[in-house]
Design a protein around this ligand. Structure first.
Ligand SMILES: *Cc1c(COP(=O)(O)O)cnc(C)c1O
Length: 356
C-alpha cells in the first residue's frame, strides 16, 4: 500500500516538531506551595460561593487526578492518556499536528461523523472520502488507491456514526499494518458494541490512536471530555499543541465524581442494548420500513419508503430524529437514538399510526 510508518515524531509537521510549547506557571511548579504568587490569579476566591470548589486558581493543565482514575477504568497507564475538550478538540489537534495545510490529506470512510470534515476544512486540509461498501464495511482496495505520501491521518469510526455497525476487526488490522500515517479509531460508541476496544492493540501498532469520550455511555456530554489513548510520543505532541488549560476545574472535578459510579453506567448500557433489540424488532414489523441496519451503537439507522415524509410526520407529533438521506449510501434513511423504555414506546405508538 505505502512505505513504512516513519514514526510519530517524524510524521508530525516540522514546525510542530521544533516549536517550543507554552510553559504555564502550573507546568513549571509541582507540589504544594504555601504562597501561590506565580500565575497572576485573584487571591480572594470566587464571588460565587454556591460551590465548594474555589475557581480562582488555574486548573491542573494535565488533569492528573482524572487521568489516574481513567487509567484504572481503561487499563491504560495515565501517561498514555490525553484529555481534550470533547473528542472534537482531539480531532482538530490531530489534524493540526500531522497535516500541512494545502498539502497533506486525511482519509475518512463515508458515510461517517461530520466533524472530521469540518475540522479538516478549518485547517485547509484535503479530505479524501472513501465510500464504505454496500454493507457499510471498509473498502480496503479503495483505501489503498486513495492513499499517497501526503496521507497523514486515516480516521475510522467504529461503531460508525450514522450507520451503527462496527468494522471487521481483520479489515482494521490490514489498515493498521499498511497505512504509513496515523490511524485514529473513533470509539465514541464502543460501550454499546459487541466488539472490544482497540485499546488493547496499542502496544501492537505504533501508528494507532484510540479515541473515546465521556459524552455518550457515561452521560456527560455537557462536561466536554474526550480521551485519546496512544504512544508517549503522540501524547507529548498533543500536550504541546493543546491550549494550556483546555479542561476547566469544574469539568475535571465533576467528571472525577461521575467516574465513581461505573455500575450505574453499566446498567444504562444494558438497558440501551435491550431497548435497541426491541426497537430493531418492532421497526422491522412496519410495512413501510425497508431495512433496519445492524447496530453496535445507541442508535439505529433504518431505510423507509419516504424518509422526508416520515420525518415531517414525526416532527408534527413532537418527535425529532435525524434524516440522513443525503449521506452517501443512506438514501431514505433515518437515524433514531435509543431513548428510555417509555420514550421508545411513545415513538412506536406514534409510528404505528403513520400513514405512508
Ligand atoms: C458523539 C460523537 C463523538 C463525541 O464527541 P464529543 O466532542 O466527545 O462530545 C465523537 N465521535 C463520534 C463519531 C460521535 O458520534
Amino acid at each position: 500500500m505505502s512505505p513504512e510508518f516513519p514514526g510519530i515524531t517524524a510524521l508530525a509537521r516540522p514546525n510542530i516538531r521544533t516549536m517550543k510549547p507554552y510553559s504555564s506557571a502550573r507546568n513549571e511548579f509541582k507540589g504544594t506551595a504555601q504562597l501561590m504568587l506565580d500565575a497572576n490569579e485573584n487571591p480572594f476566591g470566587s464571588p460565587d460561593t454556591g460551590f465548594n470548589i474555589a475557581f480562582n486558581r488555574y486548573p491542573d493543565p494535565l488533569q492528573w487526578e482524572l487521568k489516574n482514575q481513567l487509567s484504572r477504568i481503561k487499563g491504560v497507564p495515565a501517561n498514555h492518556i490525553f484529555l481534550g475538550n470533547g473528542s472534537d478538540e482531539i480531532i482538530d489537534l490531530m489534524i493540526r499536528i500531522f497535516c500541512e495545510p494545502g498539502k497533506d490529506n486525511i482519509l475518512i470512510c463515508t458515510p461517517t461523523y461530520g466533524m472530521y470534515q469540518v475540522a479538516a476544512a478549518i485547517s485547509n486540509v484535503e479530505v479524501r472520502e472513501v465510500p464504505l461498501n454496500a454493507s457499510f464495511q471498509l473498502d480496503l482496495d479503495a483505501i489503498a488507491i486513495q492513499t499517497d505520501s501526503n496521507s497523514k491521518l486515516l480516521i475510522l469510526c467504529s461503531p460508525n456514526n450514522p450507520t451503527g455497525n462496527s468494522f471487521y476487526r481483520e479489515d482494521i488490522e490490514v489498515v493498521l499494518n499498511n497505512f504509513s500515517g496515523m490511524v485514529m479509531m473513533d470509539e465514541a460508541y464502543i460501550n454499546y458494541s459487541r466488539q472490544h476496544s482497540f485499546i488493547r492493540e496499542l502496544t501492537e501498532y505504533p501508528n494507532l490512536v484510540v479515541m473515546q469520550t465521556l459524552s455518550k455511555a457515561w452521560g456527560l456530554a455537557g462536561l466536554r471530555i474526550g480521551m485519546a489513548f496512544g504512544a508517549l510520543d503522540l501524547i507529548e505532541l498533543l500536550n504541546k499543541v493543546k491550549p494550556p488549560y483546555n479542561i476547566s476545574t469544574v469539568d475535571q472535578s465533576l467528571a472525577l465524581r461521575a467516574l465513581q459510579n461505573p455500575q450505574t453506567v453499566n446498567d444504562w448500557i444494558q438497558q440501551v442494548i435491550r431497548e435497541r433489540n426491541r426497537m430493531q424488532t418492532a421497526l422491522e414489523q412496519f410495512p413501510w420500513v425497508e431495512k433496519v441496519f445492524p447496530s453496535d451503537a445507541n442508535f439505529l439507522l433504518f431505510r423507509v419508503s419516504d424518509a422526508y415524509h416520515l420525518y415531517d410526520y414525526l416532527i408534527q407529533q413532537g418527535i425529532v430524529v435525524r434524516n440522513r438521506s443525503t449521506d452517501p449510501g443512506c438514501s431514505n434513511c433515518l437515524r433514531i437514538t435509543i431513548g428510555s423504555e417509555s420514550e421508545n414506546t411513545r415513538f412506536l405508538d406514534v409510528a404505528t399510526s403513520y400513514q405512508p
